[in-house]
Design a protein. Structure first.
Length: 465
């Protein structure tokens, strides 16, 4: 009964918002993944056309330089797995519901001082086996930080950010908000942001926040810490190209891999080359990791690519894409050294919405096709084929958790998956998404698990304001 009342309230809010916005009104910018990057100061000098503009810019003084901005989002999502985890997990015959609610307040007191606060609630209903770690967080403080901004000559600036905050860099391969799962990722700590023209350099030292299911019980992970420097700048010699250069450090006192559990001190050096040349888009990333794991040394790596070509003048604007990724696995579970790549804090739905496999000890080839029948509707079809990079290491999840141990099988082929996905931007505030995927179990899964094929279906409605 509680679930029905929550769902009814959600849809009532959505319908009121949908009816209250004129289709002929001038559309403001789309919402960003990091809500603290949204800027509504333009409403101080021009009249807005959106239903929620009155709360997006609330002036605190006559000049309008100080103002409040309020916003939030609600998402209701249905998921169904047939043969979850290839038959290892309990079967959900009717699927389950996930609800996410978030509210934030952004206060700009001066040009150099600002605070941002965001609350969250993540709810789960009817899942056989109970909520997963990222499914439920009844009510908590998701973000609470303040910025001190120091203007520098020309358009440059230096910002110091202290408090609980979200982080996202590059393609979200290593550090992300974890958008796909019900509860997003956050961190406690400090970050410095240096902006010099089109170049940005971030330096940060944080602790990941542990998602707890209760009310205001989240806190920093006591045995983990993350630090690093991340820079983004255009490539002057290549038109339309940019390059990321970064160093990331991670310490986990009880890190678990197929080899065992020990203290992990890992250093990550990486670069990302990305951009667009007319109809061709590209994204290449190369990473090397070193450090210590217990008494042994770490030596791991990854190479990832994502290229696509869009036929802009063709009906439905088809984009043909191809991804090829490889992450290293451990060569010998009986020695002290570790070669398993650690993706740190990657996006939740890394390869697909099923999130069955994470980017560690894997090879995958991933062709795709995207279509746009209308500007607001995107359809995609992709096929992903997986192998183990090392036949002596496990299959891991997105959280670097062991999903299927290496065992005695030396089979390399894990399986392949087909997914179809539709994303419909009904209007600025409202998005509907639906996905279906079928995972065909390969030789390794048939030798190490019940080896059943997996069917997955999901649909969700997201409302932002």
């Amino acid at each position: 009964m509680k679930r029905r009342s929550n769902s009814a309230l959600f849809f009532s809010i959505v319908l009121v918002a949908f009816e209250g916005v004129s289709a002929e009104a001038q559309s403001p910018p789309l919402y960003r993944q990091l809500h603290y990057d949204e800027d509504y100061s333009y409403l101080g000098t021009m009249r807005g056309s959106d239903l929620f503009d009155p709360i997006k810019y609330v002036p605190l003084n006559e000049s309008g330089g100080a103002y409040f901005s309020f916003g939030g989002e609600a998402r209701i999502r249905y998921e169904y797995f047939h043969n979850p985890q290839w038959g290892l997990a309990p079967q959900d015959y009717n699927g389950y519901w996930l609800q996410r609610y978030m509210l934030h307040a952004d206060a700009h007191f001066t040009e150099w001082f600002r605070t941002f606060v965001q609350f969250k609630s993540g709810l789960e209903t009817d899942r056989n086996g109970g909520p997963r770690p990222t499914d439920r967080d009844e009510a908590d403080l998701h973000q609470a930080f303040f910025d001190v901004r120091v203007p520098l000559p020309e358009t440059n600036s230096l910002t110091l950010r202290i408090g609980r905050q979200e982080l996202a860099y590059g393609s979200s391969r290593l550090i992300s908000t974890r958008e796909g799962p019900n509860v997003r990722q956050n961190f406690d700590g400090v970050k410095a942001i240096l902006e010099m023209g089109k170049t940005r350099i971030d330096a940060f030292a944080v602790k990941p926040v542990e998602t707890m299911p209760g009310i205001f019980d989240d806190g920093p992970e006591p045995d983990e810490r993350l630090w690093g420097i991340y820079s983004v700048t255009p490539l002057p010699c290549v038109r339309g190209a940019s390059i990321d250069l970064y160093y990331l450090g991670l310490e986990r006192k009880d890190a678990e891999f197929n080899q065992g559990t020990a203290r992990e001190m890992r250093h990550t050096l990486g670069t990302r080359l990305w951009g667009k040349a007319q109809r061709l888009d590209y994204n290449f990333e190369f990473v090397y990791q070193f450090g210590t794991f217990g008494k042994g040394d770490i030596s791991a790596w990854t190479a990832a690519s994502d290229t696509g070509y869009t036929f802009e003048s063709t009906p439905w604007k088809p984009r043909l894409g191809f991804k090829a990724d490889v992450t290293s696995g451990d060569r010998n579970p009986n020695d002290h050294n570790l070669e398993t790549f650690n993706p740190l804090f990657p996006r939740g739905a890394y390869f697909s919405e099923t999130a069955l496999i994470g980017p560690a000890n894997h090879i995958d080839l991933h062709p795709s096709l995207e279509l746009k029948p209308i500007e607001q509707l995107k359809l995609s079809l992709d096929w992903d084929v997986f192998w183990r990079e090392s036949t002596r290491d496990a299959i891991y999840g997105n959280g670097v958790n062991v999903v299927v141990p290496a065992g005695a099988s030396r089979d390399r082929y894990v399986g392949n998956q087909v997914q179809v996905l539709a994303e419909w931007q009904l209007q600025r505030h409202l998005t509907f998404t639906a996905a279906y995927a079928h995972f065909f179990a390969g030789d390794f899964l048939k030798a190490s698990t019940p080896g059943k094929d997996v069917d997955y279906a999901s649909a969700w409605l997201a409302f932002k304001f």
